[in-house]
Design a protein around this ligand. Structure first.
Ligand code: SRM
Ligand code: SF4
Length: 546
């Protein structure tokens, strides 16, 4: 008989994700928590980390690692109120490093929170009606949705599905409130029976994205479930459903692979939509690999069962057949920076936030705007940027004046605005190379190459990660750089502009000088030989990778 992974035992014995977290919190000898609790706290939206820049110094002084926690909020669809932004701002000033980081899945993370600060931090979030439940762990995570309200008059209606799906798939355990939130506890043990997750939860993390064409700003095919909104004659009809997307690979393990979701059909009506996503999770719960976590994501389950086999099992569980996939077209993936109005002439401003790291002066500006315009929403994008709105015409004029200096200071090239990096060093324990701290410098070196070939206006999608897990989605970039070791990256090329084709490994383990030489050469070939309107990614796919 095959052996279950040790994580399975921790889940089933955890008594609703409680484990010994309470005892771990009381232990004043360590800044961390017990090993099994380290796994369980993820389900509550946090990770144990240490500052890797300080490891050597502390080891020399014979000190333990400087442990702290990263907290990731659950914000379905990425939208919060101005008041909630102010709370995040204030909490980040009081606890952690002070930095707010927008993630590639439309939420925010705070780093560097010490163990004794966890309860006050989560209690403060709770007061602001924010939580980190199921932001990580073997459950459905933050549900993301296209974030530009100006793109569709039906934005509101479709966007609400992010919250509906997230709520529908939340674990039933009330352990989060019991462990982390000070004050009144309102839960009943009986209400904790969980027909979806049972006591074993899912074999692995689970991700859902909703795309509203023409924008694929969420990289819908990189998700376990991708839902593509279908709009006909100005009416929202339902979703095309794709299953089995996922990006992570492991260097040297050829059995691991990035995979784009497979479209299996169209579903309409709220009840049927919710039933479909729910039962996709139950199929994964029952058929997913629980022995080897490297192969336990839905993509491997779908390939093991075959797409047709998976669909048949799913249709059996939902009790109806899918309709044929409906036509749709993606024509953009980037955010629309600057001012744009929606169909009712409400104005929204999209701020470019390099790699999602909010700088101290940006923080002051956003706090100021949140204070002054309390009806404004703050919407995080899956490209790690921030949209503020709605503003009326006269508010737009005053906001424009307020942000004038900002827009000058943060004016950036199209290449930079379309670049994305994961966190990597110093907080990510899995990083093999730099990403977020280094890509800005790399872009500064790539920009003159584009200028040299008069390609300065090209919106080439460039992404870098510190390891092959792919948190910055480098495998669906036109230029992907995946860390293999300090200062070394695999160069991935040939992804399309809208996230519908994976790229391929072009050359392995290149240092900065080698990457710049390769890109210089490729851009030269591109200007000389590209077809009319051919993007860099399509050109690489057609020529150098064949
Ligand atoms: Fe990720 C693990 C950061 C999006 C695939 N990811 C991690 C951890 C928690 C490292 C760890 O396990 O200890 C990283 C924390 C770094 C830090 O210090 O903050 C981390 N992932 C991130 C974020 C913050 C990157 C960013 O700069 O924005 C993103 C948070 C998203 C969110 O709000 O939930 C983030 N991670 C992704 C994505 C992109 C996406 O989902 O669109 C992927 C690839 C898509 C996918 O899941 O296939 C991704 N992260 C992973 C994996 C590989 C999963 C797998 O299938 O094997 C790991 C490692 C793991 O789970 O074992 C991982
Ligand atoms: Fe860390 Fe790797 Fe994810 Fe980057 S891609 S944040 S290095 S796990």
């Amino acid at each position: 008989m095959s052996k279950l992974s040790p994580s399975e035992d921790i889940k089933t014995k955890s008594e609703g994700l409680r484990g010994s977290i309470k005892e771990s919190l009381l232990d004043q000898h360590s800044g961390s928590v017990r090993p099994q609790d380290e796994f369980l706290v993820k389900f509550h939206g946090m990770y144990v980390q240490d500052d890797r820049d300080r490891r050597t110094e502390r080891a020399e002084k014979k000190l333990d690692k400087l442990y702290s926690f990263m907290i990731r909020l659950r914000i379905p669809g990425g939208a919060i109120t101005a008041d909630q932004w102010k709370s995040i701002h204030e909490i980040s000033e009081q606890y952690g490093t002070g930095t707010i980081k927008i993630t590639t899945r439309q939420t925010v993370q705070l780093h560097g929170i010490f163990k004794h600060q966890l309860k006050p931090t989560l209690t403060a979030f709770n007061t602001a009606k924010l939580d980190s439940i199921a932001a990580c762990g073997d459950v459905n995570r933050n549900v993301v949705c296209s974030s530009n309200p100006q793109l569709s008059p039906l934005f509101e209606e479709i966007h609400q599905y992010a919250d509906k799906i997230s709520t529908h798939l939340l674990p039933k355990t009330q352990a989060y409130y019991e462990i982390w939130v000070e004050g009144e506890k309102i839960y009943e043990k009986a209400a904790e029976i969980d027909p979806l997750y049972e006591d074993r939860y899912l074999p692995r993390k689970f991700k859902i994205a909703i795309a509203i064409p023409p924008s694929n700003d969420v990289d819908v095919f990189a998700n376990d479930i991708g839902l593509i909104a279908i709009i006909e004659n100005g009416v929202f009809k339902g979703f095309n459903v794709a299953v089995g997307g996922g990006l992570a690979t492991t260097h040297g393990n050829l059995n691991t692979y990035a995979r784009l979701g497979s479209l299996i059909g169209f579903v309409s009506g709220e009840d049927n939509i919710l039933k479909t996503v729910y039962e996709i999770l139950t199929v994964q719960r029952d058929f997913g690999n629980r022995e080897d976590r490297k192969f336990s994501r839905l993509k491997y389950t779908v390939d093991k069962m075959t797409v047709e086999g998976f669909k048949a099992e799913l249709e059996k569980r939902i009790g109806f057949d899918f309709e044929e996939v409906k036509p749709y077209k993606f024509t953009e993936r980037s955010d629309r920076f600057g001012w744009e109005a929606d169909h009712q002439n409400n104005w929204f401003y999209t701020f470019f936030i390099e790699h999602g790291v909010i700088t101290p002066d940006q923080k002051i500006l956003f706090h100021d705007l949140a204070q002054q315009y309390e009806n404004t929403s703050f919407i995080f994008t899956c490209n790690q940027n921030l949209i503020l709105g709605p503003f009326n015409e006269s508010e737009k004029t005053t906001v424009s004046t307020k942000i004038e200096d900002y827009t000058k200071k943060y004016h950036s090239s199209p290449l930079r605005k379309n670049s994305m990096a994961c966190v990597a060093l110093p907080s990510c324990p899995l990083a093999l190379a730099e990403a977020q701290r280094y890509l800005p410098e790399m872009i500064t070196k790539l920009e003159p190459l584009l200028q040299k070939y008069h390609l300065g206006d090209e919106e080439i999608v460039t992404r870098m990660t510190g390891c092959p897990n792919g948190c910055g989605r480098p495998y669906v970039a036109e230029i992907g750089m995946v860390g293999t070791g300090p200062g070394q990256y695999n160069l991935m090329l040939g992804g399309d502009r809208y996230g519908e084709r994976l790229n391929k490994l072009y050359k392995e383990k290149l240092n900065e000088a080698q990457i710049l030489t390769e890109i210089d050469d490729l851009l030269g070939q591109y200007v000389g030989n590209k077809l009319v309107s051919e993007t860099f990614g399509d050109f690489c796919n057609r020529t150098v990778l064949n």
